[in-house]
Design a protein around this ligand. Structure first.
Ligand code: CP
Ligand code: NVA
Length: 310
């Protein structure tokens, strides 16, 4: 059976631990300028229905660095934008390439594509989830602070694709997420794909959510695809800006994360995102390394870390 990565919970704890260990090996090798080409002659198709800087760059550069090739497709220039059924596109694209990454709107679209794909499909962001980003975020936490098990992540802001994915990750990896959203923007557990809510607690006051947190994180008030709500959201979210006071009530060694792009003065103050607790640049860089480990795993399975060093 073909293995896809459509939601964070598609990977087990065991698989995630393997991926974090492989990421370490792949990143260290890259930093030593060692050539590593396990994916020679493999091709990645990247389908974008929304804008991207980091996701496109990290997948495209990552595939090249592993010895393969990457092809960029978008809705505007392909038949996908002219109404070709997603199922037909999946049948055709997956006969020509070895792996596919998709950034699109509803999760249902990527699920339908995967249902008709002969090759692994990776979610590069949907309205509901952003699993590749959370892979990078957790690897970044591990690099800076060690195991995330038992730790507390404070989520301040919109209950969007990032928030949903943190909630899924908490169940698989056994940590807690404290969420604070404005009224009317609360987490919908079903939409989050969350059937075990024991790792999730919601707080009306963002300061309460941040109290004692090991990691404080947020994201834009308005996600791609919801631009029409921008002005209403600006009003509703005004008190959900991560500031120095929120960081003060978190643990003294708490880190701050943001998937980027960020809006200083909206969801986060400049002195937080540009301050000493922020790890956002490592977080962005780690998209590259974690996704290389992910593509290697989906295409080649688990490699012995010693053997893979050759
Ligand atoms: N964080 C993230 O996915 O960034 P892009 O939208 O630039 O890909
Ligand atoms: N929640 C944001 C993340 C962008 C990387 C969005 O979906 O636009």
């Amino acid at each position: 059976m073909v293995k896809h990565f459509l939601q964070f919970k598609d990977l087990t704890r065991d698989e995630l631990e393997y991926l974090f260990a492989r990421t370490r090996v792949i990143k260290d090798r890259f930093k030593r300028y060692e050539k590593y080409h396990p994916l020679v002659d493999r091709t990645l198709a990247m389908i974008f229905e929304k804008s991207s800087t980091r996701t496109r760059l990290s997948f495209e550069a990552g595939m090249h660095q592993l010895g393969g090739a990457a092809i960029y497709l978008n809705t505007r220039d392909t038949q996908l934008g002219r109404g070709e059924p997603v199922e037909d596109a999946a049948e055709v694209i997956s006969r020509m390439v070895d792996i596919v990454m998709i950034r699109t709107f509803e999760q249902e679209i990527i699920e339908r594509f995967a249902g008709h794909s002969r090759v692994p499909v990776i979610n590069g962001l949907t309205n509901e989830y952003h699993p590749c980003q959370i892979l990078a975020d957790i690897f970044t936490y591990i690099e800076h602070r060690g195991d995330i098990r038992g730790k507390t992540v404070a989520w301040v802001g919109d209950s969007n694709n990032m928030c949903n994915t943190w909630l899924q990750a908490a169940v698989v990896l056994d940590f807690n997420v404290h969420v604070s959203t404005p009224p009317g923007y609360e987490v919908e557990p079903e939409r989050a794909g969350l059937y075990d809510t024991s790792h999730f607690e919601s707080f009306a006051d963002p300061m309460e959510a941040c109290k004692g947190a090991d990691l404080v994180t947020t994201d834009v008030w308005t996600s791609m695809g919801f631009e029409a709500e921008n002005e209403v959201r600006k009003q509703a979210f005004a008190d959900w800006r991560v500031d120095a006071d929120m960081m003060k009530v978190a643990r003294t060694d708490a880190v701050f994360m943001h998937c980027l792009p960020a809006h200083r003065g909206e969801e986060v103050d400049a002195d937080v995102i540009d301050g000493p607790q922020s790890v956002v640049w490592d977080e962005a860089e780690n998209r590259l390394h974690t996704q290389k480990a992910l593509m290697e795993y989906l295409l080649l399975g688990k490699l012995d870390n010693q053997e893979a060093k050759k």
